[in-house]
Design a protein around this ligand. Structure first.
Ligand SMILES: [Zn+2]
Length: 214
């Protein structure tokens, strides 16, 4: 059976900026990569405060997904800053039970963006419920978007993915998010530095590092 991977994020580009190299690598290995995005990013992207319409966000995410060989993006359409209030577990539960992903990727619980933290919490609450009910068993990995060095000592086991072969595809995938063009150069430098540091620390050219949280 084909191995399924699910990435669950807050904003329309988080899946590429975070684990994009790993997702591309898995897609090339023939795994099915699915994406769930909590918001449409309809107000402004909280990272860059640039106003764009929903449609642009959706198209950018879908184009980037096709480029990396993903199997599609589902938008939950929740308002930024209101995930906790607006979240209805049913839709995500259906996706989880339909896909039964082997691996799930999501934001770290101590990220510095409140929407990221809430996504982590809501996903884990739902997963733990389904796991106790013996409906779902997945490995869950978290990633940081902005932190280049890990500042806190975390006790979770690490998974290091060598993305030397897919790092430049990750950068290309990020270029599909043209509505953030102003910030793209800065963003790419930070993505580059992060992958380089992770690679340096783990003896590969470029790497992505995850905490195994379930
Ligand atoms: Zn985000």
């Amino acid at each position: 059976m084909v191995e399924r991977i699910l990435v669950v994020v807050a904003h329309s580009d988080d899946q590429m900026i975070g684990p994009g190299g790993t997702l591309r690598k898995y897609a090339l290995e023939g795994k099915e990569v699915h994406t769930v995005i909590f918001s449409f990013g309809e107000l402004s992207h909280p990272h860059f405060k640039k106003e764009v319409i929903q449609q642009v966000r959706v198209e950018e995410s879908e184009k980037a997904d096709r480029f990396i060989g993903g199997k599609g993006v589902t938008f939950l359409g929740l308002k930024e800053g209101k995930f906790q209030e607006e979240f209805k577990p049913k839709e995500l539960e259906e996706i989880l039970l339909k896909l039964k992903p082997k691996k799930i990727f999501t934001h770290a619980e101590d990220e510095n963006h409140p929407d990221h933290v809430v996504v982590n919490k809501l996903l884990l609450e739902l997963y733990d419920k389904l796991h106790v009910q013996k409906k779902l068993t997945s490995d869950i990995y978290s990633f940081d978007i902005w932190r280049i060095f890990q500042t806190k000592k975390r006790i979770n086991p690490k998974m290091v993915v060598d993305i030397s072969e897919t790092f430049f595809d990750k950068l290309k995938a990020i270029e599909y998010f043209k509505s953030q063009r102003v910030a793209l150069v800065m963003l790419k430098w930070s993505v580059y530095l992060k992958a380089f540091v992770a690679g340096f620390l783990h003896n590969t050219r470029f790497g992505e590092v995850f905490d195994k949280i379930r």
